[in-house]
Design a protein around this ligand. Structure first.
Ligand SMILES: Nc1ncnc2c1ncn2[C@@H]1O[C@H](COP(=O)(O)OP(=O)(O)OP(=O)(O)O)[C@@H](O)[C@H]1O
Ligand SMILES: O=P(O)(O)OC[C@H]1O[C@H](OP(=O)(O)OP(=O)(O)O)[C@H](O)[C@@H]1O
Length: 218
Protein backbone atom coordinates (compact mmCIF):
# COMPACT_ATOMS: atom_id res chain seq x y z
CA UNK A 1 0.00 0.00 0.00
CA UNK A 2 1.24 3.57 -0.71
CA UNK A 3 2.18 5.89 2.14
CA UNK A 4 -0.08 8.49 3.68
CA UNK A 5 -0.16 12.15 2.66
CA UNK A 6 -0.55 14.89 5.29
CA UNK A 7 -1.86 18.23 3.90
CA UNK A 8 -0.70 21.34 5.76
CA UNK A 9 -1.85 24.93 5.22
CA UNK A 10 0.84 27.41 4.27
CA UNK A 11 0.80 30.77 6.01
CA UNK A 12 -0.20 31.65 9.53
CA UNK A 13 -1.13 28.15 10.77
CA UNK A 14 2.06 26.55 9.43
CA UNK A 15 4.06 29.00 11.54
CA UNK A 16 2.29 27.76 14.69
CA UNK A 17 2.46 24.09 13.73
CA UNK A 18 6.15 23.46 14.54
CA UNK A 19 5.70 22.30 18.15
CA UNK A 20 2.64 20.22 17.21
CA UNK A 21 4.58 18.37 14.50
CA UNK A 22 7.56 17.96 16.82
CA UNK A 23 5.21 16.51 19.45
CA UNK A 24 3.80 14.08 16.89
CA UNK A 25 7.37 13.08 15.97
CA UNK A 26 7.18 14.32 12.37
CA UNK A 27 10.41 15.73 10.96
CA UNK A 28 10.40 16.84 7.33
CA UNK A 29 13.38 15.93 5.15
CA UNK A 30 13.85 19.67 4.40
CA UNK A 31 12.47 22.82 6.06
CA UNK A 32 8.95 22.94 4.64
CA UNK A 33 8.08 26.02 6.71
CA UNK A 34 10.42 27.93 4.37
CA UNK A 35 7.73 29.46 2.19
CA UNK A 36 10.32 30.73 -0.30
CA UNK A 37 10.93 27.17 -1.41
CA UNK A 38 8.93 26.26 -4.52
CA UNK A 39 8.56 22.62 -3.50
CA UNK A 40 5.03 21.54 -2.59
CA UNK A 41 5.60 17.92 -1.52
CA UNK A 42 8.11 16.79 1.08
CA UNK A 43 9.26 13.53 2.58
CA UNK A 44 9.54 13.03 6.33
CA UNK A 45 11.61 10.84 8.63
CA UNK A 46 8.73 8.33 8.27
CA UNK A 47 9.09 6.57 4.89
CA UNK A 48 5.31 6.03 4.88
CA UNK A 49 4.39 9.73 5.38
CA UNK A 50 4.72 12.66 2.95
CA UNK A 51 3.65 16.26 3.56
CA UNK A 52 2.07 18.59 1.00
CA UNK A 53 1.85 22.34 1.58
CA UNK A 54 -1.25 23.99 0.09
CA UNK A 55 -3.50 27.03 0.59
CA UNK A 56 -5.62 26.86 3.77
CA UNK A 57 -8.95 26.38 1.94
CA UNK A 58 -7.41 23.75 -0.32
CA UNK A 59 -6.41 21.51 2.62
CA UNK A 60 -10.12 20.69 2.98
CA UNK A 61 -10.38 19.95 -0.76
CA UNK A 62 -7.28 17.70 -0.81
CA UNK A 63 -8.54 15.73 2.20
CA UNK A 64 -12.21 15.59 1.12
CA UNK A 65 -11.19 14.20 -2.29
CA UNK A 66 -8.75 11.72 -0.76
CA UNK A 67 -5.55 13.19 -2.34
CA UNK A 68 -4.37 13.56 1.24
CA UNK A 69 -5.63 11.21 3.95
CA UNK A 70 -4.96 13.57 6.86
CA UNK A 71 -4.54 17.33 7.19
CA UNK A 72 -4.64 20.40 9.35
CA UNK A 73 -7.13 23.17 8.75
CA UNK A 74 -8.97 25.98 10.50
CA UNK A 75 -12.46 25.37 11.86
CA UNK A 76 -13.58 28.32 9.72
CA UNK A 77 -12.57 26.42 6.56
CA UNK A 78 -14.45 23.31 7.73
CA UNK A 79 -17.59 25.34 8.46
CA UNK A 80 -17.42 26.92 5.03
CA UNK A 81 -16.48 23.81 3.05
CA UNK A 82 -19.51 21.77 4.20
CA UNK A 83 -18.62 18.17 3.38
CA UNK A 84 -19.42 14.84 4.98
CA UNK A 85 -16.13 13.41 3.64
CA UNK A 86 -14.06 14.94 6.42
CA UNK A 87 -13.86 13.81 10.02
CA UNK A 88 -12.21 16.25 12.47
CA UNK A 89 -11.15 14.19 15.50
CA UNK A 90 -8.73 16.56 17.21
CA UNK A 91 -8.63 20.24 18.21
CA UNK A 92 -4.98 21.30 17.88
CA UNK A 93 -5.56 24.47 19.96
CA UNK A 94 -3.63 26.70 17.55
CA UNK A 95 -4.88 29.39 15.13
CA UNK A 96 -7.38 30.60 17.71
CA UNK A 97 -9.72 33.34 16.56
CA UNK A 98 -13.44 33.71 15.85
CA UNK A 99 -15.68 34.24 12.86
CA UNK A 100 -17.79 37.32 13.44
CA UNK A 101 -20.15 39.86 11.94
CA UNK A 102 -18.89 43.45 11.90
CA UNK A 103 -20.10 46.73 10.54
CA UNK A 104 -19.14 50.40 10.38
CA UNK A 105 -19.11 52.05 13.80
CA UNK A 106 -21.49 54.74 12.46
CA UNK A 107 -24.18 52.30 11.30
CA UNK A 108 -23.94 49.83 14.22
CA UNK A 109 -26.99 50.13 16.44
CA UNK A 110 -28.73 52.53 14.03
CA UNK A 111 -31.51 50.02 13.38
CA UNK A 112 -32.61 46.71 14.87
CA UNK A 113 -31.07 43.70 12.98
CA UNK A 114 -33.95 41.49 14.13
CA UNK A 115 -36.17 43.54 11.79
CA UNK A 116 -33.97 43.11 8.73
CA UNK A 117 -35.38 40.92 5.94
CA UNK A 118 -32.18 41.13 3.89
CA UNK A 119 -28.65 42.38 4.36
CA UNK A 120 -25.64 42.81 2.09
CA UNK A 121 -22.56 40.96 3.35
CA UNK A 122 -18.95 41.09 2.11
CA UNK A 123 -17.06 37.93 3.03
CA UNK A 124 -14.77 35.12 1.98
CA UNK A 125 -17.23 32.79 3.79
CA UNK A 126 -20.46 32.90 1.71
CA UNK A 127 -21.87 29.65 3.14
CA UNK A 128 -21.25 30.62 6.76
CA UNK A 129 -22.75 34.07 6.14
CA UNK A 130 -25.85 32.75 4.35
CA UNK A 131 -26.47 30.09 7.02
CA UNK A 132 -25.97 32.53 9.89
CA UNK A 133 -28.43 35.09 8.55
CA UNK A 134 -30.91 32.50 7.22
CA UNK A 135 -31.20 31.09 10.77
CA UNK A 136 -32.44 34.57 11.76
CA UNK A 137 -34.86 34.79 8.83
CA UNK A 138 -32.60 37.25 7.00
CA UNK A 139 -31.56 36.79 3.37
CA UNK A 140 -27.84 37.50 2.92
CA UNK A 141 -26.86 39.11 -0.38
CA UNK A 142 -23.23 38.05 -0.51
CA UNK A 143 -20.35 39.89 -2.15
CA UNK A 144 -17.62 37.24 -2.27
CA UNK A 145 -14.16 38.72 -1.63
CA UNK A 146 -10.85 36.98 -0.95
CA UNK A 147 -9.44 39.59 1.43
CA UNK A 148 -9.69 43.22 2.56
CA UNK A 149 -13.37 42.71 3.49
CA UNK A 150 -12.94 45.57 5.95
CA UNK A 151 -13.06 48.05 3.05
CA UNK A 152 -16.50 46.93 1.90
CA UNK A 153 -18.78 48.96 4.22
CA UNK A 154 -17.04 52.31 3.66
CA UNK A 155 -16.88 51.76 -0.11
CA UNK A 156 -20.56 50.84 -0.33
CA UNK A 157 -20.11 47.16 -1.27
CA UNK A 158 -22.00 45.82 1.74
CA UNK A 159 -23.60 46.85 5.02
CA UNK A 160 -21.77 44.22 7.08
CA UNK A 161 -18.80 41.87 6.79
CA UNK A 162 -18.32 38.30 8.03
CA UNK A 163 -14.64 37.69 8.76
CA UNK A 164 -12.11 36.33 11.24
CA UNK A 165 -11.32 38.42 14.30
CA UNK A 166 -8.48 37.74 16.69
CA UNK A 167 -7.25 40.87 18.45
CA UNK A 168 -9.84 43.17 16.82
CA UNK A 169 -7.10 45.53 15.63
CA UNK A 170 -7.92 45.12 11.91
CA UNK A 171 -11.57 46.04 12.55
CA UNK A 172 -10.57 49.02 14.69
CA UNK A 173 -8.04 50.30 12.17
CA UNK A 174 -10.79 50.34 9.56
CA UNK A 175 -13.57 51.97 11.59
CA UNK A 176 -15.58 48.77 12.13
CA UNK A 177 -17.07 47.18 15.24
CA UNK A 178 -17.79 43.51 15.95
CA UNK A 179 -21.56 43.09 16.36
CA UNK A 180 -21.93 39.31 16.70
CA UNK A 181 -19.68 36.29 17.19
CA UNK A 182 -20.78 33.45 14.87
CA UNK A 183 -18.36 30.79 16.15
CA UNK A 184 -15.00 30.31 17.86
CA UNK A 185 -12.26 28.98 15.56
CA UNK A 186 -9.16 26.88 16.10
CA UNK A 187 -7.19 24.51 13.88
CA UNK A 188 -8.18 20.85 13.65
CA UNK A 189 -6.55 17.62 12.63
CA UNK A 190 -8.77 16.29 9.83
CA UNK A 191 -9.11 12.87 8.23
CA UNK A 192 -10.64 11.56 4.99
CA UNK A 193 -13.63 9.38 5.93
CA UNK A 194 -12.97 6.71 3.33
CA UNK A 195 -9.32 6.40 4.39
CA UNK A 196 -10.50 6.04 7.97
CA UNK A 197 -12.53 2.99 6.88
CA UNK A 198 -9.97 1.48 4.52
CA UNK A 199 -6.77 2.21 6.52
CA UNK A 200 -8.04 2.46 10.10
CA UNK A 201 -4.87 1.33 11.89
CA UNK A 202 -2.52 3.74 10.12
CA UNK A 203 -4.88 6.70 10.51
CA UNK A 204 -5.66 5.92 14.16
CA UNK A 205 -1.94 5.66 14.89
CA UNK A 206 -1.31 9.15 13.47
CA UNK A 207 -4.28 10.67 15.30
CA UNK A 208 -2.94 9.11 18.52
CA UNK A 209 0.55 10.52 17.86
CA UNK A 210 -0.87 14.03 17.38
CA UNK A 211 -3.01 13.63 20.53
CA UNK A 212 -0.04 12.48 22.61
CA UNK A 213 2.15 15.25 21.15
CA UNK A 214 -0.44 17.83 22.18
CA UNK A 215 -0.65 16.51 25.72
CA UNK A 216 3.16 17.01 26.01
CA UNK A 217 2.87 20.64 24.81
CA UNK A 218 -0.01 21.56 27.16
N1 LIG B 1 -6.19 36.65 12.82
C1 LIG B 1 -6.11 35.33 12.92
N2 LIG B 1 -5.81 34.78 14.06
C2 LIG B 1 -5.70 33.45 14.18
N3 LIG B 1 -5.91 32.56 13.19
C3 LIG B 1 -6.23 33.08 12.05
C4 LIG B 1 -6.34 34.48 11.86
N4 LIG B 1 -6.64 34.70 10.61
C5 LIG B 1 -6.69 33.48 10.06
N5 LIG B 1 -6.48 32.50 10.93
C6 LIG B 1 -6.48 31.04 10.68
O1 LIG B 1 -5.54 30.86 9.65
C7 LIG B 1 -6.19 30.44 8.46
C8 LIG B 1 -5.76 31.29 7.30
O2 LIG B 1 -4.40 31.47 7.31
P1 LIG B 1 -3.74 32.64 6.46
O3 LIG B 1 -4.21 33.96 6.98
O4 LIG B 1 -2.29 32.35 6.44
O5 LIG B 1 -4.32 32.34 5.03
P2 LIG B 1 -5.06 33.27 3.99
O6 LIG B 1 -4.17 34.42 3.68
O7 LIG B 1 -6.43 33.59 4.50
O8 LIG B 1 -5.18 32.23 2.80
P3 LIG B 1 -4.99 32.43 1.26
O9 LIG B 1 -3.50 32.56 1.06
O10 LIG B 1 -5.54 31.16 0.66
O11 LIG B 1 -5.78 33.66 0.92
C9 LIG B 1 -7.68 30.64 8.67
O12 LIG B 1 -8.40 29.65 7.98
C10 LIG B 1 -7.84 30.58 10.17
O13 LIG B 1 -8.14 29.27 10.59
O1 LIG C 1 -8.43 40.74 14.75
P1 LIG C 1 -7.07 40.73 14.12
O2 LIG C 1 -6.01 40.26 15.08
O3 LIG C 1 -6.74 42.06 13.51
O4 LIG C 1 -7.06 39.61 12.97
C1 LIG C 1 -8.04 39.62 11.95
C2 LIG C 1 -7.45 39.67 10.59
O5 LIG C 1 -6.68 38.47 10.37
C3 LIG C 1 -7.11 37.87 9.14
O6 LIG C 1 -6.44 38.42 8.08
P2 LIG C 1 -4.98 37.96 7.61
O7 LIG C 1 -3.96 38.62 8.46
O8 LIG C 1 -4.94 36.47 7.54
O9 LIG C 1 -4.93 38.61 6.18
P3 LIG C 1 -5.68 38.15 4.85
O10 LIG C 1 -7.11 37.75 5.21
O11 LIG C 1 -5.64 39.38 4.00
O12 LIG C 1 -4.88 36.99 4.32
C4 LIG C 1 -8.57 38.29 9.04
O13 LIG C 1 -9.04 38.22 7.71
C5 LIG C 1 -8.58 39.70 9.57
O14 LIG C 1 -8.32 40.65 8.56
Amino acid sequence: MTGLVLALPKGRILKELGPVLDGAGIRPDVDFSDEDSRRLRFGTDHPDLDVVRVRPFDVAAFVAHGGAQIGVCGGDVLMEYETDQIYAPLDLRIGACRVSVAEAAETAGRDDPSRWSRVSVATKYPNIARRHFAARGIQAEVVHLNGAMELAPSLGLARVIVDLVQTGSTLKANGLVETEVIAPVSSRLIVNRTALKTRPEEIAAWVARFREGLSCIA
